[in-house]
Write a protein that binds this ligand. Sequence first.
Ligand SMILES: C[S@@+](CC[C@H](N)C(=O)[O-])C[C@H]1O[C@@H](n2cnc3c(N)ncnc32)[C@H](O)[C@@H]1O
Length: 315
Amino acid sequence: MNIFWEGAHLVRKYRRIAALRDDLRFSRELRDVAEYEETFRHYTGRSIRGARILDLGCGNRPIRLLMMQAMGWDVVGLDVQVPLLSLSALPEVVRRNGPLRAFKSLARYFLSARRELAALRARHPWSAVPLVTADIADPLSWDAVGSIDLVVSEDVFEHLSDVETAVEMMASALSVTGLALIRPNIFTGITGGHVLEWDYPLDRTGSLEPWDHLRRGRGRPNTYLNRLSRADFRAAFARWFDIVEERVLFPELGREYMTPELREEVSHWSDEELFSNRVLFVLRRKTATTSPDGSASGGEPAVPARRSPTDCVPG
Ligand SMILES: C[S@@+](CC[C@H](N)C(=O)[O-])C[C@H]1O[C@@H](n2cnc3c(N)ncnc32)[C@H](O)[C@@H]1O
């Protein structure tokens, strides 16, 4: 029963994604990549060309990574899963991702990815894509990545079970003048429950009420969520980074669904939390005179010590 439900969900999801992609023609990814370039220049005064870039949690649909590679930028992707970019990668995908995820990747490949990758390659021909397949919280994966000038990450941090370690690892890999652009989909926003009917663009066809995930929690997200609020992310990043800017992708998203009764029901959340969705945190490694524990560090940049692999706590 579960497998049928799962299968039907996947078909529905990828059909919708395929239709959207055809309409939008990579517009979101193009906009994101342009934003990386512009923001990096704005905050560092340097061109992104020549910078070493990490796409953290690049995903099994690593469009931005492929675009950046096609632009000749020095990029590397890190994800715990291997993307199925061609059928020849299938054995590796089965080995690394397991049979169930490989089956999902295969379904996605035939339903949307194959056509999408061909369309992308026609516009942005990429070659070999450097990928590190590992857990973000594993110090060994960061050894393979090396020193980075720009970290970008989309829709990943809300899925991490150990955000603190991920942030620390990221800070240790970032060069002193580097920048991190981290955009989680915040749990407290209308899209934060990660259910199809309340994803962007909002299309109220299902039975779930808005912000159901903060109220009754009847939706079944198809993925792990750490349920961190925007304030939680701020606190996690602020340990190692100065947050120099926060940009909400769709300000006021869902405002039309917020009734006075509903507002009362979720009154313990601020408007800022409820109308957050994909929030870009622009992060610079701390260069303050205080270290994360508040003690003076004599003006030296606060940098976490690189852990050795033996420091890694399993699970
Ligand atoms: C929702 S997807 C986003 C993928 C991509 N950034 C995008 O925007 O399409 C989240 C990705 O984070 C990856 N991920 C989750 N936890 C991870 C971890 N601990 N280490 C590495 N990758 C992880 C998943 O494998 C998945 O590819």
